[in-house]
Design a protein around this ligand. Structure first.
Ligand SMILES: C[S@@+](CC[C@H](N)C(=O)[O-])C[C@H]1O[C@@H](n2cnc3c(N)ncnc32)[C@H](O)[C@@H]1O
Length: 577
């Protein structure tokens, strides 16, 4: 490797160091690199538990730092850099990442841990190559790697520790020391690149530049073309060949991978929920894989894979047990939504998705080709088992979305409400809870009303009652406020008009109508939940708030308020003219 030609290849290019570290600045300046410093605004807050190794964490942090600057500069600095360099140095001891100390006590804790032991210093480095395209978009290519150095500390006396801490040097340094200054006195020996411990693995960096600029196919002067010509070999450290050319726009690749894997994540979630993994770990947190497998009467290998996948999806947390074994606990997400006894449990809806919606999506292609209904509504009611499953699904969605819908507008002037197609009464109970002066009648099909008792909240609520009926044909109970929650989207045009006509005929002027649905954006580009749901709808149509407004106005209602609740359902309040 010849260093100078590598560095000289960068002359005339806008090279940016996305780091405020004076040590990195000094290392790169010393080798004659000309660059600008634009410190990254990326906060070092990545969830460490999501990374299999500390090295991966350091590399990802470096990537994010560099990308943030690469993306910001064209807009904030009005210039596009040719190269952005990001780096992140971490110190690890026994798998634990030691960050920069927050105060002197923290520095003391870190340094006394390191005393007499060998630890690792790892610097993740990311090089982002930016190139403006003809359409003025910017293409980003990422090269990343890490370098690891072992450092052995001498036994440190208390006096020595405090003298060092009082010098002030530890405060802005990972692990609480700087090897290049006073901290060098603490170090017995190192194995690996010294400058890596200082904060930047110069040698490994130059090797990467050499790969990019000097090993391009003959006749190709374009750096990016050279990158694409190099096969994307994955190397993650000094043991592997030092060639990492990821020929991608990082975010695009991440997005497409998320989409590709989405079905796997959903099925892992459905399966763990169905097997009641989250109930088990709520009752008995801290079980290891074997204990979970035993309790679930499942295979050890399969259970361990499922638990690990749930950790990766943020549904479980993995900790270390008393004997260094991996043990599992519910994450906050699982505690809140995936326990059967939680007030915000979505288990009923997950079961519905797994058993009814999943098969529909398995046959999506034929549904798209044939334009047929994905399923008939009657299927939901063919047996009590199916009906209950559907009711459980509706119940938990209304339970989770209900509080936000109830709070979306001030409904305190209404005394009586009628929730049309109110199913288990879940939304009715949320409204009654929010408005102590309100009584709600739930109207639903006879078969649904007869099973609604199973969903009564403990203690019930005398202000919520049930009436069996058909909202298309029957005379509706008298009320000041009518509610249509997740009804209109589900019916074809003629049925929607029949229902709104029935309500409009019953309503006196000043009477309210609360419509709660997913409102599509005006340009129908989202939210994706609404558009994906449409793929499995038996009939009907998803609408924007504007489309619902026009529909309601055509039946003599004036829309007074629209609320995007940021939960599962949006809401619209209108008043009969
Ligand atoms: C998609 S669910 C919505 C349930 C509830 N509003 C919610 O938000 O959770 C539709 C509801 O309308 C009821 N329904 C369907 N056809 C009906 C009809 N003709 N008359 C009354 N209710 C009906 C269903 O039984 C079901 O409970």
């Amino acid at each position: 490797m010849v260093l100078n030609p590598v560095i000289s290849k960068l002359s005339g290019k806008l090279v940016v160091l996305a780091s405020a570290s004076p040590r990195r600045l000094e290392i790169l300046t010393n080798v004659g690199l000309r660059f600008e410093v634009v410190p990254s605004w990326f906060k070092e807050t990545l969830d460490k538990s999501l990374f299999q190794t500390p090295q991966e964490y350091a590399v990802e942090t470096a990537r994010q730092k560099a990308l943030e600057v690469a993306r910001r500069m064209p807009f904030k600095h009005f210039k596009t850099p040719d190269m952005v360099i990001g780096a992140d140095t971490i110190v690890t001891l026994d798998g634990l990442i030691l960050e920069k100390p927050v105060d002197k006590q923290d520095a003391y804790r870190m340094l006394s841990r390191l005393s007499g032991k060998e630890h690792s210093v790892c610097t993740g480095v990311a090089i982002v190559l930016c190139q403006e395209q003809e359409n003025e978009e910017i293409d980003y290519q990422m090269i990343d790697f890490y370098e690891e150095t072992k450092v052995k500390f001498a036994d440190l006396s208390e006096d020595m520790l405090w003298e060092y801490i009082d010098s002030g040097e530890p405060m802005d340094k990972a692990g609480g020391y700087g090897i290049q200054a006073l901290g060098g006195m603490l170090v017995e020996h190192i194995h690996g690149d010294f400058l890596n411990v200082v904060g930047f693995p110069l040698n490994h960096f130059c090797k990467q530049l050499d790969l990019i600029y000097n090993h391009q196919p003959v006749g190709q002067e374009n750096v990016l073309a050279a990158c694409s010509a190099v096969p994307p070999v994955n190397s993650r450290g000094p043991m592997n060949p030092p060639s990492v050319i990821e020929n991608v726009h990082a975010d695009d690749l991440k997005r497409i991978m998320e989409l590709m894997d989405g079905f796997k994540a959903s099925k892992a979630l459905f399966t763990a929920s169905k097997m009641r993994v989250f109930d088990l770990l709520h009752r008995r947190p801290g079980l290891d894989g074997a204990a979970v497998a035993h309790a679930l009467q499942a295979s050890l290998r399969g259970t361990e894979c499922l638990l690990e996948a749930c950790v990766a999806l943020g549904l479980l947390e993995r900790k270390q047990g008393a004997h260094q074994e991996a043990v599992y606990e519910n994450s906050r997400l699982a505690q809140r939504f995936l326990r059967s006894d939680s007030a915000s449990s979505l288990l009923g809806y997950l079961e519905h998705c797994d058993e009814l919606v999943w098969p529909l999506f398995s046959h999506l292609e034929s549904a798209v080709r044939e334009g047929t209904n994905q399923h008939a509504k009657d299927d939901l009611y063919v047996s009590d088992t199916r009906k209950l499953r559907f009711m459980r699904a509706m119940h938990c969605i209304a339970g989770v979305a209900g509080p936000a819908v109830a709070a979306a507008f001030d409904l305190s002037r209404f005394r009586t409400a009628c929730d049309l197609g109110g199913c288990t009464g879940s939304m009715a109970h949320e409204l009654a809870k929010a408005y102590p002066g309100l009584s709600v009648t739930v109207l639903d099909l006879p078969g649904v009303v007869e099973m609604s008792g199973a969903f009564r909240p403990p203690g019930g609520d005398s202000r919520v009652s049930f009436v069996a009926g058909d909202f298309f044909k029957d005379k509706l109970p008298k009320a000041d406020l009518y509610i249509l929650a997740r009804i209109l989207h589900d019916w074809p045009h003629d049925k929607v008009h029949a229902l709104l006509r029935n309500i409009s005929d019953t309503c006196a002027p000043g009477c309210g109508l609360l419509v709660s649905e997913i409102f599509l954006d005006r340009d129908r580009r989202g939210p994706s939940r609404g558009l994906l749901q449409a793929l499995s709808m038996s009939e009907g149509k998803q609408r924007s708030a504007g489309e619902y407004k026009a529909l309601l106005e055509s039946h003599g209602f004036t829309v007074t308020h629209i609320a995007h609740t940021d939960t599962l359902l949006d809401a619209m309040l209108c008043i009969k003219d």
